[in-house]
Design a protein around this ligand. Structure first.
Ligand code: 6U4
Ligand code: NA
Ligand code: NA
Length: 159
């Protein structure tokens, strides 16, 4: 690995109704997948600031709480660039989730998460995320980004 790029990923939960807000990605990386909201850091920004900003830009809501729940490191076959994605769990927000140029938001029941249309690593770490268990994950993908070739997922007490 020669280079590491930092990203945020925010997942908003309605814990009372056991629902999660996902967005259908309409452009760029992860096109046509359901995903959390997030992206790259802007110059001078902290990771947490970027997490709040991306949620607001992509889902049009303002998080009230935001807990860091995990860090995933993604590498790809024949690619020297690794992605370090800081994952946040949010259970309270202001505003109304609204479609933007980048994302179409939709609520899914915990029992009906569309893993077949998500990044393939998601089904691996979502069980820890949903129950609020902090974790560190490493996932090595095939070149076509469709399969996880190697994985390591561990529970931690402080991420
Ligand atoms: P722009 O240039 O604004 O379109 P930006 O929104 O900054 O891009 P984007 O959308 O390309 O960044 O960021 C990628 C998003 O996808 C981040 O939230 C991290 C997330 N992501 C990347 N790989 C992932 C994976 N394997 N599993 C996952 N989320 C992933 O659940
Ligand atoms: Na994004
Ligand atoms: Na963005």
């Amino acid at each position: 690995i020669e280079k590491k790029k930092l990203f945020t990923l925010v997942l908003t939960l309605d814990e009372k109704n056991r629902k999660i807000l996902l967005g259908m990605k309409k452009r760029g990386f992860g096109l046509n997948k359901w995903n959390g909201f997030g992206g790259k850091l802007e110059p001078g920004e902290t990771i947490v600031q970027a997490a709040y900003r991306e949620l607001e830009e992509e889902a049009m809501i303002q998080a009230v709480d935001m807990d860091k729940i995990g860090i995933n490191l993604f590498t790809f076959e024949n690619d020297p660039v690794a992605l370090e994605v800081h994952v946040f769990r949010s259970t309270e927000y202001k505003g109304t989730p609204t479609e933007t140029e980048e994302m179409r938001p939709e609520w899914f029941s915990y029992d009906n998460i569309p893993f077949d249309t998500m990044w393939p690593d998601d089904r691996i770490w979502f069980p820890l995320f949903l129950k609020g268990q902090q974790f560190l994950g490493e996932f090595h993908f095939s070149e076509d980004q469709k399969r996880v070739l190697e994985q390591d997922l561990r529970e931690v007490s402080h991420v």
